[in-house]
Write a protein that binds this ligand. Structure first.
Ligand SMILES: Cc1cc2nc3c(=O)[nH]c(=O)nc-3n(C[C@H](O)[C@H](O)[C@H](O)COP(=O)(O)O)c2cc1C
Length: 215
């Protein structure tokens, strides 16, 4: 069997659960909290991982990052502000987040606008990271071309040596949190015969309106 034949024969039946508007919390962040906790307790791998989509000169770009908090309904993740995504966010604050919890046959899509998180939140989170992760964030010019693995290791080593004996490292200005304010949510539950449940929340005049979409 070649790869295309294998791809054609891959077929999972989604029959685990269903989702109706009447099952959903009126507040999408509460519904999200419920599903995220289901993913955590069901031992989904990296349940806080999501695909972050940004726009680069009108073209979409995606990559996985980790959700590290939800504060006042805003979704927080951390990264390098000078990375490719950082530049894309500077020029266009519209982003999409996609969570996939395959063991539960669930997907959540979120769309919204993004801004840098409060400095104090970033400082606080940076302090909690293991020292190696802190040094990595300080040393790595994320998304820049780099000549070799050795050159990358050398950057880490130089930073490690520079801060030898310094007990508490300070967050570098180029690294910190982003905060996404959602305007749209879609909760997707896989169903039999590809007749999936899709419940959306749209923020209209500061109220959340719920609707069902066809699969
Ligand atoms: C499971 C997983 C988790 C990740 N978490 C983060 C994260 O929280 N922050 C981050 O900057 N990159 C994270 N990455 C790396 C990003 O996917 C990406 O390679 C990096 O941020 C550079 O993206 P950019 O060049 O588009 O800016 C993660 C990757 C994976 C596979």
């Amino acid at each position: 069997m070649d790869t295309n034949q294998k791809l054609e024969s891959l077929r999972v039946h989604y029959r685990m659960a269903n989702l109706d508007i009447s099952d959903c919390d009126a507040k999408p962040e509460k519904q999200f909290d419920k599903w995220l906790n289901d993913a955590i307790t069901s031992h989904c791998d990296e349940p806080n991982a999501f695909v972050l989509s940004t726009v680069n000169n009108g073209r979409p770009r995606g990559r996985v990052v980790l959700l590290k908090g939800i504060h006042d309904g805003k979704f927080i993740f951390y990264t390098n502000y000078q990375s490719a995504k950082g530049h894309e966010i500077d020029s266009n604050p519209h982003v999409a987040l996609t969570f996939l919890w395959l063991p539960l046959q669930r997907q959540v899509r979120i769309e919204g606008t993004i801004q840098k998180a409060d400095l104090s939140l970033s400082d606080e989170y940076f302090k909690k990271r293991p020292r190696g992760n802190q040094l990595g964030a300080m040393a790595s010019p994320q998304s820049k071309k780099i000549s070799s693995r050795e050159a990358l290791e050398a950057l880490f080593k130089t930073t490690d040596e520079k801060y030898h004996g310094v007990d508490e490292l300070t967050r570098p200005a180029h690294w910190g949190g982003y905060s996404v304010s959602p305007e749209y949510f879609e909760f997707w539950q896989g169903r039999d015969n590809r007749m999936h449940d899709r419940i959306i929340y749209e923020k209209i005049a500061n109220n959340w309106e719920l609707n069902r979409l066809a699969p």
